[in-house]
Design a protein around this ligand. Structure first.
Ligand SMILES: NC(=O)c1ccc[n+]([C@@H]2O[C@H](COP(=O)([O-])OP(=O)(O)OC[C@H]3O[C@@H](n4cnc5c(N)ncnc54)[C@H](OP(=O)(O)O)[C@@H]3O)[C@@H](O)[C@H]2O)c1
Length: 162
């Protein structure tokens, strides 16, 4: 099983504020959908609660929570990442989709990282992606896009492998 992480982060690894995303970047939402559709997505309970329409369609949704009684229609709830990986052993590739707590725990064991680097600072951020050790992670692809009428920040889609 390949463990991939996918995240959109500002220049300083900012990923969220007040349990929400930092900005609306439609090109990144499209990119996220293209990469994760048909696969399994794993998220923390707070990220799940931030999804505007509940479980993500066309994906197996896994939510990590210490609340053993938590039941969510359209998602499987597991008490830890390790437990989820045992349950998902037959999957080819799973995507860790956040948030900060789950990224922190998954980064040491992940194989691939899909990073959308938003070329902006977000001083109001209160959630961050962990520091990426570039002696461990090798960049395998990068595409950069500039501001347009729909996307108010420039951004790069970057892929890394361990
Ligand atoms: N920019 C991006 O790409 C991106 C992507 C995703 C999220 N985000 C942002 O990230 C922020 C949310 O991140 P967050 O760190 O506050 O929350 P989170 O990681 O989404 O969820 C935290 C919750 O996950 C559960 N959890 C964490 N570790 C666990 C463990 N070891 N065992 C069992 N359960 C565990 C706990 O749920 P219980 O409290 O239920 O036990 C915990 O409260 C939001 O601002 C969101 O918008 C950004």
């Amino acid at each position: 099983m390949i463990i991939s992480m996918i995240v959109a982060a500002g220049r300083n690894n900012e990923i969220g504020k007040s349990d929400d995303l930092l900005c609306h970047l439609p090109a990144d939402l499209k990119h996220f959908k293209e990469i994760t559709s048909g696969h399994t997505v794993i998220m923390g309970r707070k990220t799940f609660e931030s999804l505007p329409k509940g479980p993500l369609p066309n994906r197996r949704n896994i939510v990590i929570s210490r609340n053993v009684g938590l039941k969510i229609e359209g998602a499987e709830v597991y008490p830890s990442l390790d437990y989820a990986f045992i349950k998902l052993i037959d999957e080819n590739e799973v995507f860790i989709i956040g948030g900060a707590q789950i990224y922190e725990q998954a980064l040491p064991i992940a194989d691939k990282l899909y990073l959308t680097r938003i070329h902006a600072d977000f001083p109001e951020a209160d959630a961050f992606f962990p520091k990426i050790d570039f002696t461990v992670w090798r960049e395998t692809s990068r595409e950069t896009f500039f501001v347009d009428e729909k996307n108010r920040y420039s951004y790069s889609f970057i892929e890394y492998e361990r």
